[in-house]
Ligand binder design. Structure first.
Ligand code: APR
Length: 179
């Protein structure tokens, strides 16, 4: 599914983010930047040990929730990996939505700063961190769409969704945004 926003487009694909050929791949990391399972594990496995060494060297204090840090792409097809830290879902009462929005916004700003034109996001926080996927999709897609309306740097934001249920949630939200 592809939708045009301003001069750029949002694409939804079902698949594995580690094989995407884009300028930057976003990782769903933890605040310690310590690696883990899910998309984080898959990215580190595909990228090789270089990006973990870079994380430890450049960001020994980790990264706050709602923010992101940059490394090279290691063995991936991308120039950079942005390691974004989404919130752990705790019922919605601890400003999770603002933190998730901020994680996406910071990645989009970093993409502009590093002159990236194409970027791939996973569904941040909706795995181990248990953020309800319908709510997370709404925040992810609206935050990106707002940015694309005014950005002449970005050409493509691709959401790479790992299972049919997550893809379906994002597709339903994106369809409502066309009306
Ligand atoms: N490509 C794209 N998406 C993937 C991939 C992949 N290769 N592998 C998993 N996913 C999907 C999951 O199915 C889920 O929909 O990424 C989404 C986010 O799930 P998690 O990876 O669990 O991320 P998150 O919920 O943000 O939790 C972060 O998990 O592994 C740890 O170190 C990580 O502690 C951090 C926490």
């Amino acid at each position: 599914m592809i939708v045009q926003f301003g001069s750029a487009r949002i694409e939804l694909v079902l698949g594995d983010i580690t094989v995407q050929r884009v300028d930057v791949i976003v990782n769903a990391a933890n605040a310690q930047l310590a690696g883990g399972g899910g998309v984080d594990g898959a990215i580190h496995l595909a990228a090789g040990p270089e990006i973990m060494e870079e994380l430890q060297r450049r960001y020994p204090d980790g990264c706050p929730t709602g923010s992101a840090v940059v490394t090279s792409g290691g063995n991936l097809h991308s120039r950079y990996v942005f390691h974004a830290v989404g919130p752990i879902w705790q019922g919605g009462g601890i400003k999770e939505s603002g933190l998730l929005e901020s994680a996406y916004q910071i990645c989009l700003s970093l993409a502009e700063k590093h002159t990236c034109r194409t970027l791939a996001f996973p569904s941040i926080s909706t795995g181990v961190y248990r953020y309800p996927v319908d709510l997370a999709a709404e925040i992810a897609l609206r935050t990106v769409a707002v940015k694309l309306e005014t950005s002449d740097q970005l050409d493509l934001v691709r959401f790479v969704l790992f299972d049919q249920g997550t893809f379906g949630s994002y597709a339903r939200v994106l369809e409502t945004m066309l009306i």
